[in-house]
Design a protein around this ligand. Structure first.
Ligand SMILES: *[C@@H]1O[C@H](CO)[C@@H](O)[C@H](O)[C@H]1NC(C)=O
Ligand SMILES: *[C@@H]1O[C@H](CO)[C@@H](O)[C@H](O)[C@H]1NC(C)=O
Ligand SMILES: *[C@@H]1O[C@H](CO)[C@@H](O)[C@H](O)[C@H]1NC(C)=O
Ligand SMILES: *[C@@H]1O[C@H](CO)[C@@H](O)[C@H](O)[C@H]1NC(C)=O
Ligand SMILES: *[C@@H]1O[C@H](CO)[C@@H](O)[C@H](O)[C@H]1NC(C)=O
Ligand SMILES: *[C@@H]1O[C@H](CO)[C@@H](O)[C@H](O)[C@H]1NC(C)=O
Length: 367
């Protein structure tokens, strides 16, 4: 090779390294259509290539945010955030041409209509938030194709029908947030495959059937919120294995009694809320020794026996044991602890006089 040739090659390489690769033109067209569809031109006036380095709309706090992943030859749109900008109407079909999206956040808008099967094209997706919108129809089974998902949220929407069993294919999922989403019916057994799950928010949905036993196999489970459903007890005794749980909230369990024995080993708990869950038996002594426990709500159950005396010197900041057959003394009473003992036989011997002493009424607690 002549030295001229080598020189030319080096120059070419330098040029490639220095040049900003252009964004895939299909994606640029799609993005522009999306911006116009939702009337966002005044928030995001793309006057140059959307993947231009250090563009203002690529910054973390930008909203709308568009950010890219580039190879040496081409850039792709990988992040799109349009959060709380009151965008309304349905979604533009061009959204599904952004096939390299890893992170899509359309949260807190007024988007309506159904989510079409085309969602399955977005297979690179890791973080998908459709929460706080007005989506209707079924939760699409095609969501189960997005097997790279780590986080999926569709809280506060108007879906109907059951959760699709295909969600059980999302085995990388760490967070699933679907409170108040409108779904109903049984929790699919297929969700037992979600072994990486750390956080499940699923309260205020009309779930039916039994509270699943398979949650006990989620070894990284930290948060389980399932209040306000039509689920039936008992609380499975194998939940004793969920030693990483920090926040457990169930409520209104029907049909069968439960015991609190399963909490014995859940020493990471900071919130335990099990109101109206048909829990019978005693309050485990061991709860008093849980160093992180701040909120303990066990109202409207069928607990009996004595309040563990050391519960008052624990880390608690709020305690509700109202409407249970509990007895015992509140000693020593601690300031800064909100308490509700209404409907029990617990004695407040250190009462400041504003509350009935030996009897059933005590309530300073506000939710
Ligand atoms: C977008 O930018 C172009 C070029 O700077 C300008 O002519 C146009 O008026 C802008 N549109 C809006 C909606 O701001
Ligand atoms: C979505 O909302 C718009 C108004 O923002 C309305 O015109 C349209 O009919 C709604 N579509 C559906 C499917 O509900
Ligand atoms: C959401 O949709 C429901 C029914 O489709 C409709 O009644 C309601 O007004 C919509 N909410 C908003 C904020 O558009
Ligand atoms: C996804 O889940 C469904 C239902 O659980 C199953 O029939 C299907 O084979 C799964 N698909 C893939 C690609 O694993
Ligand atoms: C609960 O913890 C104790 C002490 O750490 C341990 O011996 C016991 O095997 C645990 N029980 C279960 C069911 O994990
Ligand atoms: C509470 O449990 C006792 C003893 O098991 C039972 O007799 C009583 O009916 C139960 N009360 C309620 C309200 O379930």
């Amino acid at each position: 090779m002549s030295s001229l040739c080598i020189c030319f090659l080096v120059l070419c390489l330098l040029k490639i390294a220095a040049a900003q690769p252009l964004t895939d033109s299909t994606e640029v067209d799609a993005l522009n259509k999306i911006i116009d569809y939702w009337n966002l031109r005044s928030n995001l006036n793309l006057t140059m290539d959307p993947c231009t380095q250090n563009a203002p709309w690529a910054q973390d706090q930008a909203n709308p945010k568009v950010a890219c992943v580039c190879s040496t030859t081409v850039c792709h749109i990988a992040h799109l955030k349009i959060y709380a900008l009151d965008i309304s109407g349905e979604h533009p079909k061009e959204l599904f041409l952004l096939k390299e999206l890893m992170d899509l956040n359309l949260g807190q808008n007024v988007i309506n209509g159904t989510i079409p099967a085309e969602i399955r094209q977005l297979t690179k997706m890791q973080y998908l938030s459709l929460g706080i919108n007005n989506f209707t129809g079924r939760v699409p089974p095609e969501l189960g194709s997005l097997t790279n998902l780590k986080s999926l949220s569709f809280v506060s929407n108007n879906f109907n029908g059951p959760l699709p069993p295909q969600l059980g294919n999302l085995t990388s999922l760490q967070q699933l947030c679907i409170d108040s989403s409108g779904v109903n019916g049984p929790i699919p057994q297929e969700l037992s495959n979600l072994k990486s799950l750390e956080i499940l928010w699923a309260a205020d949905n009309h779930f039916t059937g039994k509270l699943p036993e398979f949650f006990a196999h989620f070894m990284n489970f930290q948060v389980l919120r399932l209040e306000g459903t039509l689920l039936e007890g008992p609380i499975p005794s194998n939940y004793v294995a969920l030693v990483k749980l920090q926040d457990l909230r169930l409520g209104n369990l029907r049909n069968e009694d439960s015991s609190l024995d399963f909490v014995e080993n859940l020493t990471s708990l900071s919130i335990l809320s099990l109101r109206n869950c048909r829990i019978a038996g005693q309050l485990p002594e061991k709860l008093s020794s849980f160093g992180n426990l701040e909120i303990l709500y066990l109202g409207s159950n069928n607990l009996s026996g004595e309040l563990p005396p050391n519960i008052m010197s624990s880390s608690l900041t709020a305690l509700d044991v109202s409407f249970n057959s509990l007895s015992g003394d509140l000693r020593p009473k601690r300031s800064g602890l909100s308490m509700n003992f209404f409907g029990t036989s617990i004695n407040d011997r250190t009462s400041d006089g504003r509350y009935v002493i030996s009897g059933t009424y005590k309530s300073k607690f506000r939710e």
